[in-house]
Design a protein around this ligand. Structure first.
Ligand SMILES: [Mg+2]
Length: 175
């Protein structure tokens, strides 16, 4: 396999809200492994917007099993997870496969084909999910504000996206 292929997301979305219930059902996904920072919240924020909240509620109401997996800390995560009554894994150390293994276990999922990993970073969410043999969806980061280290990573990320011939312009941006 080409060196760069491990970073290739299976799907591209402009934001989580554009991942529709019908599409998820059609693809037979039942488990959502969801990143937090810049996927469902702004960086270091502890609340989700009303549109993200509605999207989460809709999925939960339709019996999707959702778990938050974040490389950052406990308190913010537990606050969001508690609000929606879902599980979470903090300090996940993605792209390690460990948090993904743990998530499969916590949700009692035995079929990797039913899992969709959603995140905004190639080198953590997508690479980790791919390593674990899961389906991956890259979303455009919600906000510009980020950890300074992430800003550097974004530059490299853009280069890799170019190598993979992935253009964010291909993604509809009705977010
Ligand atoms: Mg993120």
């Amino acid at each position: 396999m080409n060196f760069w292929e491990k970073f290739r997301p299976k799907y591209l979305f402009s934001c989580v809200e554009t991942i529709s219930l019908d599409w998820l059902r059609e693809k037979k996904y039942e488990y959502i492994f969801l990143d937090v920072d810049n996927t469902i919240t702004g960086w270091n924020e502890e609340t989700v917007s009303s549109s993200v909240g509605e999207w989460l509620e809709l999925l939960l109401k339709n019996e999707f099993k959702i778990i938050l997996i974040s490389n950052s800390g406990n308190r913010r995560l537990s606050k969001i997870a508690t609000r929606f009554g879902i599980k979470y894994i903090s300090w996940a150390a993605k792209p390690s496969v460990r948090p993904f293994e743990k998530a499969l276990q916590l949700l009692g999922c035995g079929d990797k084909n039913k899992v969709l990993v959603i995140g905004d970073q190639l080198f953590t969410d997508i690479w980790g999910g791919n390593k674990m043999g899961l389906n991956t969806a890259l979303v455009t980061p919600r906000y510009q504000k980020e950890f300074f280290y992430t800003k550097i990573i974004r530059k490299i990320e853009r280069k890799v996206l170019k190598i993979l011939q992935i253009s964010k312009k291909d993604v509809s941006s009705n977010c």
